[in-house]
Design a protein around this ligand. Structure first.
Ligand code: FMN
Length: 392
């Protein structure tokens, strides 16, 4: 039976444990590039023991960013910064993962923690603002609320160009040293909006029936699989449920994930659609609220699954792996709060050698210099304490 600290092998890649740092947009790029901030912040999480380390959503085109300060990989000049990121993650024993995305009708935003010219954080900037643009989407339907500027409905030719952009981005990602590629088709961004009838009201081959609404997913998987090395996992974060009667229905998602598996999907990262603010179920505060859906995909489709959302309590993260509900735990906010979450969790769970997750020189000091005592500041080493008690 696997636990949180069991390795996970998919294709030719083995993660040292089942703990991934979930992608998180940081709004700290210039010209879409990764720099010293990303190297230090992501290197710290790899040094802290995360098996898989994602930077943020990485845009495949400039208009696929959330804001002008978000990262991308639409140009060869951006490869070098990504290479520095993958090098540091690998140097600490982590596997570097990239999440390729396009924000669709949720782009042209003000960074969450800023105000720009009176536009509050998280709201949309108008297309004629120096830091804004006209968003592109399956249909000319704005998201709504503070994202209500006109959007451009993609032509079939433009969709073809986007498939090429996915493939070009994947080729650059491999060149930059990433070993795991996730396509971001959740959270109301472009991929998710093609699947959801709330956002997609096209009448051509990309809209209407379930087959048509899944076409954008399958074509993109095919385009990426062409260029992405066969030995590296290709995964997708899916907006599997809009929690709205007129939006993405989970049953449809399960069917479509089955098709995606036939198109080379190696793991499904099951998340929410977020194609509307009008969600009819209040689940956001519940622990592990996506677990039952992810488990159903695992059982019915038979591919490995991952999910995030409120899994940061170590006992819970461990039990969802032990109970074989999911294969990989993604942590967002816990990874921001504690770069050494895996080491801390290992101590908390009574792992015999928690410091094997850090590099050898730190491990030596932590295990040998005055012993593994509580003054290290992590939770008490339960196994050591139990062992001493038993010996006494
Ligand atoms: C600051 C921040 C930025 C995020 N950016 C992204 C992103 O770029 N791509 C994505 O798929 N999810 C993003 N998310 C969602 C997280 O990856 C994760 O799924 C979510 O926070 C739930 O996990 P948690 O409960 O462990 O935080 C972001 C979350 C946070 C807190």
């Amino acid at each position: 039976m696997p636990d949180l600290f069991s390795p996970l092998t998919i294709k030719g890649v083995t993660l040292r444990n089942r703990i991934a740092m979930s992608p998180m947009t940081m709004y700290r790029s210039t010209d879409g590039k990764m720099d010293d901030f990303h190297v230090s912040y992501l290197g710290a999480r790899a040094a802290g023991g995360f098996g898989l380390v994602f930077p943020e959503q990485i845009a495949i085109t400039p208009d696929g960013r959330t804001s002008t300060s978000c990262a991308g990989i639409w140009d060869d000049s951006q490869i070098e910064g990504h290479r520095r990121v993958t090098d540091i993650i690998k140097s600490f024993g982590g596997v570097p993962a990239i999440q390729l995305g396009h924000t669709g009708r949720k782009g042209s935003e003000v960074p969450k923690y800023k105000t720009i010219d009176g536009f509050p954080g998280g709201s949309q900037l108008p297309p004629d603002h120096a830091q804004g643009w006209t968003c592109r989407a399956p249909s000319a339907i704005p998201y709504g609320g503070d994202h209500s500027f006109d959007v451009h409905e993609l032509t079939v030719e433009e969709i073809g160009d986007l498939m090429q952009s996915y493939a070009d981005a994947a080729r650059r990602a491999a060149e930059a040293g990433y070993q795991w590629l996730e396509m971001h088709y959740a959270h109301g961004y472009l991929g998710a909006s093609f699947f959801s009838p709330l956002a997609n009201q096209r009448t051509d081959q990309y809209g209407g029936s379930l087959e048509n609404r899944a076409r954008f997913h399958l074509e993109a998987l095919d385009a990426v699989r062409e260029v992405w090395p066969e030995e590296f996992p290709l995964t997708m974060r899916l907006g599997a449920d809009d929690l709205h009667p007129d939006g993405t229905q989970f049953d449809d998602s399960v069917t479509a994930i089955g098709w995606m598996a036939e198109h080379g999907l190696d793991l499904a990262d099951v998340s929410l659609g977020f194609n509307t603010d009008d969600m009819r179920e209040n689940i956001m505060a519940k622990p592990g609220f996506m677990l039952s859906r992810a488990t159903r995909v695992k059982r019915e489709i038979g591919i490995p699954v991952a999910t995030s959302w409120n899994l940061g309590v170590p006992a819970m993260a461990d039990s969802v792996i032990r109970d074989e509900l999911i294969d990989l735990v993604l942590l967002g906010r816990p990874a921001l709060a504690n770069p050494h979450w895996p080491v801390w969790a290992a101590r908390e769970l009574g792992h015999e050698t928690p410091f094997e997750l850090v590099c050898d020189d730190w491990r030596w000091w932590l295990e040998n210099f005055r012993g593994d005592d509580d003054s290290i500041g992590l939770p008490p080493a339960k196994v050591v304490a139990d062992r001493e008690e038993n010996a006494a």
